[in-house]
Ligand binder design. Structure first.
Ligand SMILES: [Zn+2]
Length: 170
């Protein structure tokens, strides 16, 4: 397994639309394993392939307390069931910043696992928030797009400053 580099806001590659996965092969399973390792190492509770500059519809998550329930969602489709909830969200691509975001609470998800088998689930609470946040990534959307422009610009300026100070990455 390998740790992958995570793109950071305002990197324009984070705005790429991910394409559906068509090949359920060993390379896809390695991708999901590397993404899970990268997510646990960060540490985070979710990671979308977009964040590691792979533009396929792949999401990994683990919202369990003891980090024992890795989940993989390939080509996920979400429909809103109802409700509304506000959560303080953060993102591995927007390190160091947390802001409240309002989203639908209950959602229904259809997806495939790494073997290409279909599954469905209904989610609310943290699982729902995290899935919607990762789903946004696959569509080139970041949680900072859900907050005020003033706050977003402030975060962008601070991160741009950090990126300039940091040593150039390969
Ligand atoms: Zn994120």
């Amino acid at each position: 397994m390998a740790l992958l580099d995570i793109l950071e806001f305002p990197d324009p590659r984070l705005r790429t639309q991910a394409k559906p996965v068509t090949q359920f092969d060993a390379a896809l399973r390695k991708l999901t394993e590397d993404m899970l390792e990268t997510m646990y190492d960060a540490p985070g509770i979710g990671l979308a392939a977009t964040q590691i500059n792979v533009h396929q519809q792949v999401i990994v998550m683990d919202v369990s307390e003891d980090k024992s329930q890795p989940m993989v969602f390939i080509n996920p489709q979400i429909t809103v069931v109802g409700g509304e909830k506000e959560y303080e969200e953060g993102c591995l691509s927007v390190p160091g910043f947390h802001e409240n975001v309002v989203r639908p609470d209950v959602i229904h998800v259809k997806a495939l696992n790494a073997q290409g088998e279909a599954f469905e689930l209904q989610a609310d609470g943290l699982l729902s928030v995290c899935l919607q946040h990762e789903m946004d990534h696959l569509n080139g959307v970041l949680f900072v797009d859900h907050i005020s422009r003033l706050k977003r610009d402030r975060i962008r300026r601070k991160l741009e400053k950090q990126h300039k100070v940091a040593a150039p990455r390969s």
